[in-house]
Design a protein around this ligand. Structure first.
Ligand code: NAD
Length: 337
């Protein structure tokens, strides 16, 4: 199988490319990435230098000519779209790049793939498109989309476009909706790597509101397995939920992390809650269990230990991604709070 993967220099895309090339000796991957602040070409430099089955192309999913050219290669079997603006706080500061890439770019990719008769397209989405839950219940694939942030609204926009491409054109598209990922290569503006960095430096750990917002956590490789199963076994036109069966309040995640690092809870500082902050997400992924044979393989504590070990062993990576644009964004984030 030959894949066009987009956003492969980001967190989940990097893990997906690595896993799929290791697991499938007969697969090859073209990775198209714009290299925004969140994209790091060095994540996959070893493959770029030593692996003939991997090709990197710098470019934008909004660029029709480029995508049409790439897909003119008759041997591309499928597209997997990870490329997105992905940080909720940034979407609150400025929604426009989220609409451009997450809606416009995704639609452009779907359209080019349709025109080039690509046989399979997996669009990677998120549980956040469903909005928020009360104390009980879980999101299923038939839960109405009710996104609350500019980020999740832009993702929901692409999910609806994917639906339209299937219903209108019978284009063979599938959607994955997954809960919060954690693991190696996650950019340190997200909760777990940010808290790791601050704890190591003895800096305060900012926690939104009362810290009781609940998320379902999934180790990134388990999400990648879900995307792989969707690609190879999923039903066209279907959206599949994926989760780690690990609901945790943010404050519990942070306290577990501090205890694994041997750092005091006194580092925790509560900051003004994020506007429109969803209270609870939980995923019913029984459809993926039944139809695709999906099951998460790692529990939260083991996954967290593995992740912290990776960050401990990769301080150079962390230092390198914390320069430039990242530093400017984080400084203004702290100033506002
Ligand atoms: P990320 O921000 O780490 O990576 C995004 C990548 O996309 C970067 O490499 C960036 O350079 C690239 N990109 C951005 N705009 C682009 C454009 N216009 N053209 C080409 N490339 C572009 O994101 P992530 O956490 O790896 O998430 C990947 C996907 O998974 C996203 O679609 C996100 O919505 C979805 N998702 C993420 C999570 C999570 O917990 N991180 C959970 C569920 C779903």
């Amino acid at each position: 199988m030959k894949l066009l993967v987009t956003g492969g220099c980001g967190f989940i895309g990097t893990n997906f490319v690595r896993l799929m090339l290791a697991k499938h000796p007969d697969w090859s991957i073209i990775n198209l990435d714009k290299l925004t602040y969140a994209g790091n070409r060095l994540n996959l430099m070893d493959l770029e230098q030593n692996e003939a089955r991997y090709t990197f192309v710098q470019g934008d999913i909004c660029d029709r000519e480029l995508i049409m050219d790439l897909l003119a290669d008759q041997s591309i079997d499928a597209v997997v779209n990870f490329a997105a603006e992905s940080h909720v706080d940034r979407s609150i500061n400025d929604p426009s790049p989220f609409v451009t890439t997450n809606v416009g770019g995704a639609q452009n990719l779907m359209e080019c793939a349709r025109q080039r008769n690509i046989g399979r397209f997996v669009h990677v989405s998120t549980d956040e498109v469903y909005g928020t839950l009360g104390k009980t219940g879980k999101f299923t694939e038939s839960t109405p989309l009710a996104p609350n942030s500019p980020y999740s609204s832009s993702k929901a926009g692409a999910d609806l476009m994917a639906r339209a491409y299937f219903e209108t054109y019978r284009f063979p598209i599938l959607v994955t909706r997954c809960s919060n990922n954690y693991g190696p290569y996650q950019f340190p503006e997200k909760l777990i790597p940010l808290m790791f960095l601050n704890a190591k430096a003895g800096k305060s750990l900012p926690v939104y509101g009362d810290g009781m917002n609940v998320r379902d956590w999934i180790y990134v490789d388990d999400h990648c397995l879900g995307v792989e199963l969707t690609l190879t076994k999923g039903r066209e036109g279907q959206a599949y939920n994926f989760g780690g069966d690990a609901e945790e309040a943010n404050i519990t995640v942070i306290k577990t992390l501090l205890s694994l690092l041997g750092k005091p809870e006194s580092l925790i500082t509560y900051v003004t809650d994020r506007p429109g902050h969803d209270k609870r997400y939980a995923m019913d992924f029984s459809l993926a269990q039944r139809e695709l044979g999906f099951a998460p393989t790692l529990n939260f504590t083991d996954g967290l230990k593995k992740t912290l070990d990776w960050y401990e062993a990769n301080t150079e990576w962390l230092e390198q991604v914390q320069s430039g644009e990242y530093r400017t964004f984080m400084d203004s984030w702290y100033e506002e709070r």
